[in-house]
Design a protein around this ligand. Structure first.
Ligand SMILES: [Zn+2]
Length: 397
């Protein structure tokens, strides 16, 4: 008994066919008609992609739906960190409400799973985690959400933060976050010992924001890889941003790429225009798992972002100079299969047996879908249509 038949769709831009869904999973892909009474969704010759994966964002701090924030923040990373903590006192940023707003925007664009870093510090405590837990529960039917406990203001430089991180893990955060072991905590060994120590104690993965560039970033990356190997954590460690991989010195970058592939450490990139970025094609060729994220969406850090992970694929393609139709899928993979691998999501993809998580996009070819990210998409999660014409079919505050 089929629960939903999606007719006239082209999986990954291939030939038109039908996708039969049963119990939230893809039951069959192929020509076939609906039995009497089976609900049918007309695909209209659109391309079906697996659900987009937002592998790095900050759902707790978006200002979506709030008055426009006039950004007058200084240029350094620490300026943005300090400004955000100050602004949190000045304006109410309700993590529960704001995370629901951004999650709904994501679903409208075709995202079916999100990993969000949530600030933990000695001022906000674990309130952000509690807000996210509420949103995750409320939206469980429409999008998956993973939570990273994130020491945005530093871990060791702010005594008390580590205990709060532990509390966040007990509350239900899945992953231990970290941040620039040299540049923020100024104690790479201490920072990474604390982060990996927590991960080991709770049996969870690690995801570290590494903005450090050049040789400092390379040094931190080596320490992360060492610990991943020592603790047997292949497949459970991610380095977010990894700007140091964008430096031109191949004598340093090439061995790092090889070590990332060998140790099973994944890399997350936004393909930002403002910094050096990891070389997508070289990483893919070396077998490094690469995923992508929007990072902050309209927050006190920056005014940009719309949570569209297909547009992110376009940006990745542009930043990495991917022009050929046989290269563009590298950018899409970071926003789909790479994200699923990095986040350890099982049964992901457009194949029988997989979860029926997908997005329908009106484009002639896969290349057009990636390069032009057409809008008005239909999002399906666990076999249910959760957004149509780009609009979520559920309400948030
Ligand atoms: Zn981030």
């Amino acid at each position: 008994m089929t629960d939903l038949l999606i007719r006239d769709v082209r999986p990954m831009g291939g030939a038109a066919t039908s996708i039969a869904i049963r119990d939230g999973r893809i039951a069959a892909i192929g020509p076939g008609d609906a039995g009497p009474g089976t609900p049918v969704l007309e695909g209209g010759d659109r391309i079906a992609l697996p659900g987009l994966i937002e592998a790095h964002t900050h759902l707790d701090k978006s200002l979506l739906g709030m008055p426009w924030y006039r950004n007058a923040v200084g240029p350094r990373l620490i300026d943005r960190i300090d400004n955000e903590r100050a602004e949190r006192h000045a304006m109410p940023i309700d993590a529960r409400r704001q995370s629901a707003r951004q999650a709904a925007l994501s679903v409208g664009h075709g995202t079916t799973h999100i990993r969000s870093h949530i600030d933990i510090d000695t001022e906000i405590g674990v309130r952000g985690i509690e807000g996210l837990m509420a949103t995750r529960e409320a939206l469980a039917d429409v999008v998956g959400i993973d939570i990273v406990a994130f020491p945005q203001s530093g871990l060791l430089v702010r005594p008390g933060t580590l205990a709060l991180m532990e509390q966040a893990m007990r509350l239900g955060a899945e992953t231990v976050g970290g941040l620039d072991p040299c540049a923020v905590d100024r104690d790479p060994k201490g920072h990474l010992d604390a982060v990996f120590g927590l991960a080991e104690r709770f049996g969870r993965g690690v995801d570290i924001h590494l903005h450090e560039t050049g040789e400092m970033g390379a040094f931190s990356m080596e320490l992360i890889i060492e610990r991943t190997r020592a603790l047997g954590m292949a497949g459970r460690v991610m380095i977010s941003h990894a700007f140091c991989l964008g430096m031109p010195d191949s004598a340093i970058v090439d061995p790092l790429i090889t070590a990332l592939a060998d140790s099973g450490v994944a890399v997350m990139t936004t393909g930002t225009a403002s910094r050096p970025v990891p070389p997508l094609k070289r990483l893919a060729e070396a077998g490094v798992v690469v995923c992508a994220g929007s990072d902050g969406i309209r927050d006190t850090w920056g005014p940009y972002g719309n949570a569209d992970m297909l547009e992110r694929a376009t940006l990745l393609g542009m930043r990495n100079n991917l022009r050929r139709d046989d290269e563009l899928p590298i950018a899409l993979a970071a926003c789909t299969t790479g994200g699923a691998l990095a986040l350890g999501l099982g049964d992901y993809g457009l194949a029988p047996g997989c979860h029926a998580d997908m997005v329908l996009v009106a484009a002639e070819t896969l290349g057009e879908a990636i390069a032009q990210h057409p809008g008005l998409r239909t999002t399906i999660r666990r076999g249910r249509v959760v957004a149509a014409d780009g609009n979520p079919l559920f309400a948030v505050a």
